[in-house]
Design a protein around this ligand. Structure first.
Ligand code: CMP
Length: 139
């Protein structure tokens, strides 16, 4: 499985705006298999831990508040070239710069509330998957 998984979250904005089904359809239509999935809500502490790499950034507090503001869908996905292809599927971090047809272009409202997360490397995909799921929850 190494190299073929990515981790995603459908963020609180996209959940609140009713886009879970549409986003999952984009993901499975692009050929991803679901390895693990849960509907959950991050505590402030968990969100802070997940985004610890951004701790020194000016938007860190805002990011943690937002990511713990409502339910999310967390999932591990598999496919060849999972990380890179997923980043193409979701588009640029800033939806204003995202390509037409990408998930963020279609469903995100701002750079902070950008509908979905996607891992940025194979190593981080594994770390993020293990952060959210036990080995017995990944199939
Ligand atoms: P994500 O892919 O989940 O990883 C880090 C997140 O930080 C990113 O998506 C954005 O939601 C958020 N982010 C990045 N840059 C900014 C910014 N300038 N202002 C607010 N949030 C940001």
């Amino acid at each position: 499985m190494a190299g073929n998984i990515t981790f995603t979250m459908i963020k609180p904005d996209a959940v609140k705006n009713g886009h879970i089904g549409a986003i999952l359809n984009h993901i499975t239509s692009a050929g991803y298999n679901i390895v693990a999935m849960k509907y959950t809500k991050l505590s402030k502490e968990k969100a802070g831990e997940f985004y610890a790499v951004h701790k020194e950034r000016p938007f860190y507090g805002e990011l943690v508040d937002f990511m713990s503001s409502g339910p999310i869908v967390a999932a591990v996905l598999s496919k060849d070239n999972a990380v890179e292809d997923f980043r193409t599927l979701i588009g640029s971090t800033n939806p204003a710069e995202a390509a037409e047809g990408t998930v963020r272009k279609l469903y995100a409202t701002s750079i902070g509330e950008n509908a979905v997360h996607g891992s940025d490397s194979d190593e981080n995909a594994q770390i993020e998957a293990n952060f959210h799921f036990a080995a017995t929850e990944m199939f």
